[in-house]
Design a binder for this molecule. Structure first.
Ligand code: FAD
Length: 385
């Protein structure tokens, strides 16, 4: 395809770029898009207020339950802008005031029965602590441009990269660390794609749409970022398919029988998809990578969840937490091997982990599709400049 110059195998994976793109377009993307709208997968439980352990002096994270973000001015209620143009810190409450920003705190506590409530090292949020956790309807809070930028955002990305890949710049690192770097970079690229695909183009008229310059600058002109996006997609896809039997038998009860049957049916179509199994039976071969001693140590090194409490924009924090948990869950599944590369029978996943895993896969799948769709225009626009 003109839009995708990548050929050959996705690095360290077992499928080629073209097959992945076609499979995604024809099979995975449509299935995932439907799956994430089901009641089981659309509600994510998260602790949304900032509790930043690293930069306590960061003014953005001092408010409990903070919806603080460096929003473009038009997101502030009119009254915040007047009479003075100087905004006080307290005025930086990002009360976006739009239906898309609504956090659903009313979900019935009785739904979602039957899931393990176990500690997991991939999140600092305790799913069972209802006083601090809140349900979010992900469909009402799309990941997109929020205006969160500047030193606060930059500092978090810098910390994530240096925490997980200390010697990345020197090019020296073990295979596992390289995997972690590529996963983070792929996730970062995916977030950038979503910002570019749903951008505030005109503040005055509140017009949203695709920003091809951002797409080109942050993603397309760095081919390794696109490669890392594909890598992360295949990595998470492998985790989902590896846990097929576990996921098939899990509990998807939300109290509505019809909805729950639909969830299970869609999930089965994804987990045991014939086209996927024929064209890309092993999206990623973890056996090659975890043979080294340091595989399990990755658990300690993934400190990203703590950094997510420092993200100074509620919606970004929400998606950051969800996707880091999803990545941790994928790693947990792929590290959970027993004997001849079989899934460890004692693997236990929390409901929130499964929701995060599937939603992360959907985000990555969307990004792969958007890269294809937007690349021709983005390249044309940049070529004309
Ligand atoms: P950044 O994206 O901040 O990148 C910083 C530096 O990292 C770059 O200069 C480059 O050197 C390097 N880099 C960039 N991309 C990659 C990559 N893929 N691989 C390797 N290195 C890379 N903003 C929103 O509008 N909406 C959101 O939903 C949102 N969610 C966020 C979630 C998290 C967890 C964080 C930390 C930030 C989020 N942001 C969000 C902010 C957004 O990611 C950017 O930080 C912001 O838009 C400023 O972008 P930038 O061009 O300065 O570069």
């Amino acid at each position: 395809q003109e839009s995708c110059k990548f050929t050959g195998m996705v690095e360290d994976c077992c499928c080629d770029y073209e097959t992945v793109s076609v499979l995604n377009e024809e099979v995975l993307h449509p299935l995932l898009q439907e799956l994430v709208t089901t009641p089981f997968f659309r509600y994510f439980k998260a602790k949304l207020w900032c509790n930043c352990p690293f930069w306590p002096d960061d003014g953005m994270c001092q408010l409990r339950d903070c919806s603080v973000c460096e929003c473009p001015e038009n997101e502030f209620p009119e009254t915040f802008r007047k009479p003075s143009n100087v905004l006080r810190k307290e005025d930086l409450m990002c009360q976006e005031g739009k239906p898309q920003a609504i956090v659903d705190r009313t979900l019935d506590k009785k739904v979602f029965r039957g899931w393990a409530e176990v500690d997991n090292p991939w999140t600092s949020d305790d799913e069972t602590d209802n006083s601090e956790m809140t349900y979010v309807n992900l469909l009402l809070n799309p990941e997109r441009y929020t205006g969160y930028t500047g030193p606060s955002a930059r500092r978090i990305w810098d910390a994530i990269y240096s925490e997980n890949c200390p010697r990345y710049a020197s090019g020296e690192m073990c295979q596992e660390k390289k995997v972690l770097y590529k996963l983070i970079s792929g996730l970062h690229a995916s977030i950038s794609v979503h910002i570019a695909a749903d951008y505030l183009l005109d503040e005055a008229t509140n017009t949203w749409g695709q920003n091809f310059d951002i797409m080109h600058d942050r993603v397309l002109r760095h081919p390794e970022r696109v490669r890392n996006l594909y890598f992360a997609f295949l990595f998470v896809l492998r985790a989902v398919t590896k846990a097929s039997d576990y996921l098939e038998q899990a509990e998807y009860d939300t109290g509505n029988h019809e909805d729950d049957l639909k969830t299970q049916s869609l999930l089965k179509q994804l987990l045991y998809n014939q086209k996927l199994r024929a064209a890309c039976p092993l999206p990623f071969d973890e056996a090659k990578l975890w043979q080294g001693q340091s595989g399990p140590e990755l658990k300690q090194q993934l400190q990203m969840h703590a950094l997510m409490d420092c993200v100074g924009c509620e919606k970004c924090r929400l998606w950051g937490k969800l996707q880091v948990l999803g990545l941790g869950t994928a790693l947990k599944i792929l590290l959970s091997v027993e004997g001849d590369n079989h899934l460890n029978q004692s693997l236990q996943l929390q409901r929130n982990e499964v929701i995060a895993l599937v939603n992360l896969l959907n985000r990555l799948s969307e990004s792969v599709k958007l890269v294809h769709e937007m690349a021709p225009s983005a390249n044309k626009i940049v070529g004309q400049v």
